[in-house]
Design a protein around this ligand. Sequence first.
Ligand code: ADP
Length: 450
Amino acid sequence: MIDSQHSLVAFFQEDLFRLLGLVFLGGLTGWLLGFFWTGVLFGLMAFMWQQWNALYQLYRWLRFNPQQSPPELRGVWSAIVYNVQRMQVSERRARDNLMVVITRARESVSALEEAVVLINSQNLPEWWNPAAERLLGLRTGDQRQSILNIIRKPEFASYFETPSLYQEGLKIASWVKAGRYLQCELTIFGKNDRLLIAYDITRLNNLEQMRKDFVANVSHELRTPLTVLSGYLESFGDQDDLNPRWRRGFDQMQQQTQRMTLLVNDLLLLSRLENEGLKSKRQHIAMRPFLQQIYDDASVFNTDHAHRIGLSIESDMDLLGSEKEIASAFVNLVTNAIKYTPKGGVIELRWSDDGKNGYFSVTDNGIGIEAHHVPRLTERFYRVDSGRSRETGGTGLGLAIVKHVLHQHDAYLDIQSTLGKGSCFSCVFPASRLVPHSPGQTPQLASKSA
Ligand code: ADP
């Protein structure tokens, strides 16, 4: 066998015998002619020439024709040629296997209904599947222009340039077919390369829209009968000559219509927030008077609960957003803190910033929430303890509203809570939503409590 250790020794032996043979032949000829050492030298040179020649042939083969059959060499050179050939064969086999895998991967990605686009670090689309042409409108030749020039949608551009939003994905109206909607998802890989996956969510979007419209319409239709009912109940309930047997019934009916009114109002607010989409709301909200108003409203609601409520304004930043909506979010958090804290508790409202984000936090020392409930609190109608929530007049929609309002202001809700010890609900606003207090409204860092 040519590749065994034994045969390598044999090849060296073959070379050695050839060397000895040539030296002997040269020496003998030299001796016969009276130049022994010159003859030996010629024998050595002949051997050297053979070696260089073999080396040269090997070089030419590897450099110019590695795919052709190798030169016929002898001795240790034939072993080298054999091993090089063996490496070539195994490399070719590995390459073929890799090609099969790549081809299959490409075929499967090409067969996908979802659009897949590989975008390099210069934002140029390097490769895409046929679905990308159908859904995103990519064309041959688009490799030379930035993906942001091909997809000319401001929402897509701002999503593309904000990697922190990649996890959320982007719902966007199709620019290729009117009336269709796409979900786009970006992932960063390699050296700042991106993978864009997009799929059609028109059906899902239509269903979601139907659900939103249904809830909005039902809530709207319920409003008038509820107003009539509560109006009559109030007038009847106020009558002094009302039969005492009916009094309790009237009180309960009034309570329930009030609850239904709250529920309908919350549902309408949620529908409005959802249907308005992500419109940019950028009113300048002067935080000091705004928080003062929230604090005053909280103090009124607090009358029966007798909590000690504190307000501390530690930032001179104002907010950009919808005053009405931010107020409804903050009021929800504050009323929750009041509702879910046993009488005489301590509640702290705080507005601060860390040079980057702005924080409005409501901290209470109330009943707290078990950790496993926390991720679900912002779902509609999710209640930790539905009995208690109903007792406190909760609709189960408060935190869903907070989440929506914050989402529309590029902000998010952070919830920290320990069962039996209390909770801290913080609204975290990004720097893009903060502005220094306008001149003329010099803010004073404030702290007050009731
Ligand atoms: P609800 O109208 O029932 O208060 P929310 O959406 O506002 O609905 O709150 C969802 C649930 O989260 C509540 O039912 C309550 O169990 C819990 N929760 C909210 N805020 C607090 C708080 N500050 N302390 C303890 N539990 C809270």
